[in-house]
Design a protein around this ligand. Structure first.
Ligand code: NAG
Length: 472
């Protein structure tokens, strides 16, 4: 009786560790050079211009000298503590004669643009710049992810998508974390919320995190087209490019597809691969993304018959894929040796250097074999009866994906496996850091933001049809 709640607790914990953090990269900060049409932050001799018609939420970190400032009709300037504007009498000697400089348009930045997000496993990793690679669909926040807009910054994002809502687990803006649906929809209707988020779909928070230790599907495939419309694919230099599930472009590299049981733990396995392989000098240039995807199933790699959840590991090396293949082979060796302990029943490799490489097929599902046998029997019977005519066989590799042997027993004891997952015993540096959440700058220092909640909101009273000059 008393064992059950314990097990549940552990599962919940493991599940909680499975969500990823997705951080929005662009900002509408005054100090960011790329936000100004002259490519520089305005100085004391300059005339600063915000387009009158544009909605904008600007974060100002420090204090700035300006000559003159034109404000938009509807907008807000959020001042960090100590930030502000002042006027220099005459010319600012450090600034030259002065120019008229415009704040650029950030109207077109799309939530569903994968190039505008960074992914990390923890908040610390976000701060340290330890970002994870993933397929394009998963670069954009998944439904179980925590979304982060950097603490000392503002932004404007178009949340149009193919659905009415964009569900996520939590979302933080200006250092405040929203986890409740009602609280965030209230924020969305506030002045700041309306300036920061626009578009046809509403972001909703409070979606449950990933409660499945084996991982959760991202849920962004409904928006695949929109996501990929923002991506430009590079040219490839390999024989057989691969198309990972959820990716917009073909790649040169390797894909390891892992078949798992309930004892599998995605987060732990990701850490294992990092510790065993990715930290090795020879794999420095490797990009590796690992997630649960719905893989289309094909009999003999040709005939589609539905899809099943698998762990997809995408490995890229930026070149022909040889290095990726070496890592994939290393992973297969590791799976052969420890797979049953890790909750892995089998794995397939696809590489871009060897078309249809059969060497990589490690194991397979018994029922897969049975299905193939059944199909072969049916076809043979039909041919005998003259219903089907035998086509001339193309030079197909001899049933490369046919799983012929099962390395690991299918009837793995779940209890054993669960224990194995819990005290696997490879060292995880993330758990060695005490209170890793308490020392994140910006999270605890809410008092450094001046009027975080509302900002300094203004509807320009002096606005007229022409540009309003607001001299500070
Ligand atoms: C400045 O803004 C651009 C685009 O919005 C963004 O990519 C970049 O990371 C920002 N730089 C800083 C220092 O915040």
């Amino acid at each position: 009786m008393s064992k059950m709640p314990q097990v549940l607790l552990i599962l919940c914990f493991a599940g909680a560790a499975n969500a990823l953090y997705k951080q929005w990269i662009p900002n509408t900060n005054y100090e960011n050079k790329t936000n100004w049409d002259k490519g520089d932050v305005p100085c004391g001799s300059d005339i600063v211009q915000f387009s009158s018609q544009r909605k904008v939420s600007v974060f100002v970190e420090t204090s700035h000298a300006v000559q003159e400032m034109m404000l938009p009709m509807d907008g807000e300037i959020i001042l960090n503590s100590g930030a502000g504007f002042y006027v220099v009498a005459g010319q600012d000697p450090d600034c030259g004669t002065g120019v008229k400089t415009k704040f650029k348009n950030s109207e077109a930045l799309q939530w569903l643009n994968p190039t505008l997000w960074q992914t990390a496993a923890t908040q610390n990793d976000l701060l340290d710049g330890n970002f994870l690679f993933s397929v394009h669909e998963e670069m954009v926040p998944c439904q179980q992810d925590d979304v982060v807009f950097k603490a000392l910054s503002s932004f404007r994002v178009d949340t149009s998508s193919n659905q009415n809502t964009i569900p996520v687990k939590s979302l933080s803006v200006l250092g405040k974390v929203f986890e409740s649906k009602s609280e965030f929809s209230e924020y969305l209707s506030s002045d700041s919320g309306q300036l920061q988020f626009h578009g046809s779909s509403a972001v909703t928070v409070g979606n449950p995190g990933c409660g499945d230790p084996t991982g959760c599907e991202c849920g962004n495939s409904v928006n695949h087209e929109r996501i990929c419309s923002a991506v430009t694919c590079g040219s490839l230099s390999c024989e057989t490019p691969l198309l990972p599930v959820g990716h917009c472009c073909e790649v040169c590299g390797a894909i390891v597809t892992i078949h798992y049981t309930d004892g599998f733990n995605l987060q732990n396995y990701r850490e294992r691969i990092r510790h065993l392989f990715l930290i090795l000098p020879q794999y420095k240039s490797i990009q590796l993304g690992m997630s649960k995807v719905l893989k289309p199933q094909r009999l003999m790699r040709i005939i589609p018959y539905g899809s099943s959840p698998e762990i997809q590991v995408v490995i890229l090396d930026g070149e022909t894929g040889k290095l990726s293949e070496a890592l994939a082979q290393d992973m297969i060796q590791d799976i052969k040796a420890h797979g049953s302990k890790l909750g892995i029943t089998g794995a397939d490799i696809q590489t871009s250097s060897e078309p249809g490489s059969s060497a990589g097929t490690v194991v397979g599902a018994v029922c897969g074999v049975l299905l193939v046998i059944a199909l072969v029997v049916i076809v043979v019977v039909l041919i005998r009866k003259g219903v089907v005519q035998m086509p001339p066989l193309p030079s197909m590799p001899a049933m490369p994906s046919l799983p012929t042997l099962s390395l690991f027993k299918r009837n793995i004891n779940v209890d054993d496996d669960l224990n194995g997952a819990i005290d696997r015993g490879f060292d995880n540096p993330m758990f060695d850091k005490p209170d890793m959440l308490s020392n994140i700058p910006g999270v605890s220092s809410t008092d450094s933001i001046f009027m975080t909640q509302t900002g300094v909101h203004f509807v320009n009273p002096a606005y007229d049809e022409n540009e309003t000059d607001f001299t500070v």
